[in-house]
Design a protein around this ligand. Structure first.
Ligand code: AQP
Length: 339
């Protein structure tokens, strides 16, 4: 069998399951913009079908989907350069998701740490959708024959499963159809941690608002949250090695590095020896400088929800033109009659 060479194509998505956080911005959206600007074909999705794997109030879901779209655009994603759309408008995701439910194995799903974290102690009461989440995620990616997926560190295991699904499908049907996708996990902030607990990921669904910076927070709120962020009593080290056992300190330095587009080493060369009483105000100034224009633009865009819906509709049309032929070919490979 000759190996098919797939044209580079980037796909990624974020759940409209709450407001955007600094973790989503640094771990995902900022990287999305970099890839858009590199000139490769890029598709970015609001994964609303994933969001409903846990309960979402319908009015909140609509609002959060539009706000996420506004966040994408305000952060630099350009609907004329990237295809921006919401997942449920392109039914091929759900259709391929079903086929992948039949390819993926129960044992693979049971190993997913995100399911264990999100289902918690009451796994029996979790939705079937939450359990099967990674199969739909594999479909999101592979329905476009995507070759690269920029994500935060927490999605690494799901990306490995996507590769397993593609490999098994290709093997089971004796084809070289789906690409083996590369995760792109890069930058100083691939895992932004909670401001209240350096061992926990910053998350939009954390019950404590003080644990995260929301992309809609105003300057005063950002300043208050950073001032109150948990730290330790020591001065900052001059080298990254000195942050190894200092989770909270490392987190703030990583955030500083990512926001200022510097390496951690470069930041520490500058701030090594400073106390947090000096470093935190520097971080506040930087965060406000970088995030305020985004939140202001998000608010402006949210004043015109019809325009956001129009952009998502147009993006969905463009996404369907790529996805539908791949879905038809998949049905054909599987043996479904298409008359
Ligand atoms: N703390 C984080 N640091 C770096 N990257 C992060 N991402 C999320 N949190 C961080 C990245 O953002 C993208 C979208 O994530 P998602 O919304 O689809 O789901 P998630 O990873 O489960 O994010 P949240 O904020 O924790 O959402 P909830 O609370 O609803 O579960 C992914 O690329 C992710 O890596």
């Amino acid at each position: 069998m000759t190996e098919v060479v797939h044209t580079p194509r980037v796909f990624s998505g974020i759940q409209p399951s709450g407001g955007l956080t600094l973790g989503n911005y640094l771990g995902a959206i900022k990287r999305f913009v970099d890839m858009q600007e590199s000139g490769v074909e890029t598709l970015y999705c609001m994964v609303d079908l994933h969001a409903i794997t846990v309960w979402q109030d319908p009015a909140d879901l609509r609002h959060n989907t539009r706000e996420l779209a506004a966040g994408y655009i305000a952060a630099g994603l350009d609907p004329t350069k990237s295809i921006l759309f919401n997942q449920s408008q392109v039914s091929a995701h759900a259709e391929l998701g079903w086929i992948f439910n039949c390819v993926a194995r129960m044992g693979w799903m049971k190993r997913m740490t995100q399911f264990k974290d999100k289902a918690g102690k009451n796994a029996e009461n979790a939705s079937l959708g939450l359990f099967g989440y990674p199969a739909l995620m594999a479909a999101d990616i592979l329905i476009y024959h995507s070759t690269h997926v920029p994500v935060g560190e927490d999605q690494k295991q799901h990306l490995e499963l996507t590769r397993d699904v593609a490999t098994k499908f290709n093997h089971d049907f004796g084809v070289d159809f789906f690409p083996i996708t590369e995760p792109v996990i890069e930058g100083a902030a691939t895992r932004v941690m909670s401001l209240r607990d350096g061992s926990k990921k910053m998350s939009k669904s954390d019950p404590s608002d003080a644990s995260r910076i929301n992309m809609t927070d105003d300057a005063e709120t950002i300043a208050k949250k950073i001032r109150k962020a948990k730290t330790d009593p020591d001065a900052l080290p001059s080298e990254a090695d000195g942050l190894k056992e200092r989770h909270e300190a490392r987190n703030l330095v990583n955030i500083f590095a990512a926001l200022s587009d510097q390496s951690v080493d470069a930041v520490l060369a500058d701030v090594g020896g400073k106390q947090f009483s000096e470093f935190k105000p520097m971080l506040v100034d930087l965060a406000v400088e970088k995030l305020s224009p985004i939140s202001t633009e998000m608010a402006r865009l949210m004043n015109d929800p019809a325009e956001i819906d129009r952009i998502l509709g147009e993006g969905s049309n463009r996404a369907r033109t790529i996805a539908n032929p791949i879905l038809q070919k998949t049905y054909d490979i599987v043996g479904m009659i298409r008359s």
